[in-house]
Design a protein around this ligand. Structure first.
Ligand code: SAH
Length: 272
C-alpha cells in the first residue's frame, strides 16, 4: 500500500503472484488489519486531492470516474464532494472495499460512489468508458509505466489521468535511502523521467506537483503511532506483527532523515 514501502514490496509479492501464498497469507491479513485502522493507506491529504482535481475540467453528472487502488476511500470521498459524476473505487482487498462502501453511506454518497473488488491489472471497464482515472499511492503495485500504458484504453479521448507516485527529487542520493527504495520499488525515478514515461504512454503531461510534507507526517505516519501501540498489544509476541510495526517505524524514520531526496508527486495527464 502506499503504505510502507518495505511492506509494499511484500504486498506486491502477495498480490501480483500466487507464489508462496501460504507463507504470506497471514502477514497479508495483518497488513490489511493494520491499515484498515487508519483513514489513509498512503501519504496524501484532502487539500492535495482538491489541488490535483483543480487541473481537471469538463466533468459533469454523466462523467465516469475510476479510483484505482482506492483503499478505504479517504481520497475518493473527498473527490466525490468536489466533482460531479459517478465514481467507482476499485481495490483488491475485500475488507477495504467493505469499509469504503460503509464510508460512502455515512457521507450519503452511495448513489454516486461505489466500491468494487478488482485488480488494477484487469480493470472491469470498457474501452473509452472513463473521463477520469484517479490513483493515489497505488499505481506502484502494477508499476507506473505499465499502469499508465494499460489504463490508457479505458479513457475517452481528452480524458484525464491523475496518479501520485514516489519520485526522486535529485539525480543522486545517499546509499542508505537509495538502497532502501531500489529494494522496495525499483521503478522509483526522477520527476523528469516520470514525465517522459507519461508522455510516452500517450498523455500530455498537464501538471505535476510535490505533495507537502504533512501528507507523510500528519496524515500518514502520525495516525499510525496509536495504531502501532494497539496492534502490538493485540499481537504481543507475534513476530510478523512486530516486524510489520518495526518496518513502518523504520520507514517513518528514513522519511524524516531523507525527505529532501524523495517524496510523492502528483502527475496529471490528458489522453491524446
Ligand atoms: N488510494 C488509497 C490507498 C493507497 S494504498 C490512499 O491513498 O489512501 C494502495 C492500495 O492499493 C491498497 O489499498 C491496496 O489494497 C491496493 N492494491 C494493491 N494491489 C492492488 C491491485 N493489484 N489491484 C487493485 N488494488 C490494489
Amino acid at each position: 500500500m502506499r503504505l510502507t514501502f518495505a511492506v509494499a514490496a511484500t504486498f506486491n509479492l502477495n498480490i501480483m503472484s500466487n507464489e508462496n501464498k501460504s507463507i504470506h497469507e497471514f502477514d497479508f491479513s495483518l497488513i490489511c488489519e493494520y491499515f484498515s485502522s487508519i483513514e489513509r493507506q498512503g501519504p496524501g491529504s484532502p487539500e492535495v486531492t482538491i489541488k490535483a482535481l483543480s487541473f481537471i475540467d469538463h466533468l459533469t453528472n454523466e462523467s465516469r470516474i475510476a479510483d484505482v487502488g482506492c483503499g478505504t476511500g479517504g481520497q475518493t470521498m473527498v473527490m466525490a464532494q468536489h466533482v460531479p459524476g459517478q465514481i467507482t473505487g476499485i481495490d483488491l482487498f475485500p475488507d477495504f472495499i467493505s469499509l469504503f462502501n460503509i464510508n460512502a453511506v455515512h457521507l450519503n454518497l452511495q448513489d454516486r460512489v461505489k466500491g468494487i473488488i478488482g485488480s488494477m491489472d484487469n480493470l472491469p471497464f470498457q474501452d473509452e468508458e472513463l473521463d477520469l482515472i484517479w490513483s493515489e499511492g497505488a499505481i506502484y503495485n502494477i508499476g507506473f509505466e505499465r499502469g499508465l500504458k494499460e489504463w490508457w484504453k479505458f479513457l475517452k479521448n481528452g480524458g484525464f489521468i491523475a496518479v501520485s507516485e514516489v519520485s526522486w527529487f535529485t539525480e543522486e542520493r545517499p546509499a542508505e535511502i537509495n538502497d532502501f527504495w531500489l529494494d522496495a520499488y525499483p521503478e522509483i525515478d526522477t520527476i523528469p523521467n516520470k514525465v517522459a514515461q507519461m508522455q510516452n504512454a500517450g498523455y500530455i503531461p498537464v501538471a505535476l506537483f510535490i505533495l507537502p510534507e504533512n501528507c507523510w507526517t500528519e496524515h500518514f505516519y502520525a495516525p499510525q503511532v496509536a495504531a502501532q501501540e494497539a496492534f502490538l498489544k493485540k499481537y504481543a509476541g507475534n513476530q510478523a506483527a512486530e516486524e510489520l510495526v518495526a518496518n513502518e517505524r523504520r520507514e517513518a524514520l528514513l522519511y524524516s532523515k531523507y525527505k529532501s531526496y524523495y517524496g510523492y508527486v502528483f502527475y496529471i495527464g490528458k489522453k491524446v
